[in-house]
Design a protein around this ligand. Sequence first.
Ligand code: FE
Length: 336
Amino acid sequence: MRHLATLMLSLTVFGTAQATAAEVNIYTTREPKLVQPLLEAYSKSTGTKINVVFLKDGMAERIAAEGASSPADIMMAVDAGNLIDLVDKGLTQPVQSKVLKSAIPAELRAADDQWFGLSWRARVIYAAKDLDIETIHYEDLADPKYKGQVCIRSGQHPYNTALTAAYISHHGEEDTAKWLTGLRDNLARKPGGGDRDVAKDIVGGICKIGLANSYYVGLMRSGSGGPEQRPWGDGINVKLPTFTNGGTHVNINGVVLAKNAPNRDEAVKLMEFLVSDEAQKIYAGANYEYPVKKGVAVDPIIASFGEVTIDNLPLAEIVKNRKAATELIDKVGFDN
Ligand code: FE
């Protein structure tokens, strides 16, 4: 087997599963602990046998190699770009479902029904408590007033390339290059580490402000990321920034139906379960994410950031600028 990180897992409710029990096969790059509770709930209530293949990477390559005989019914992944890659490679099929359409806001699913967001996260500002960030925009991070004060992970990390792609969508490549240059000149340290290191380094006095994902604040403040992370989470202020001409940059975890899904009808049923109130609560709650479905509560730690105005540009449009974003980040020597 090419992918050594593959781990096969069967979730069956013994005793309720019949000899002809329905079955669904899932391929995912998400962590087992984030999807298992959800699938166990579904298995328990329906008797459907769910087989999950957990992959570190190479999902598209693997499904392409399996071809028409691929056992995959549905694929679940983080980042709209990864889902759209599967669509672009011809590995998916559209799902016409009123249930999915009515539960998921239009900006968080494909216009052609090829991919669907299940939960989302925002790219937010972490800042020292004495910094005034009441009216901050993404654009402001390049302001020379933050010289030597900014911490961020690698510019080439997908979280930052996606944000940069959104910046290009709003302002064009030329202004984005200027912004990246200004941001680079404001860095307190070489870009690196993870998003939580932004909070850690603010608390440690290395920097005063940075960009990171919303759910890490939940992981840090709740202590579920480890007790040592609590003071990092508690030691920062969090602000949902917007573009000057848009909203807050978000990205999704989502799902697609495989082109050759052997259990198509069962797979669609499972996809529809994933946007039920029950599933949305479990799925979003597992990693402090925002549920896509209106009316499902977000964790109080995340809710404390206030109302989010999701950026008005479709994720499918933003994803088109990913390559240009990667090239600009390299061109300005962001990570050097
Ligand atoms: Fe993350």
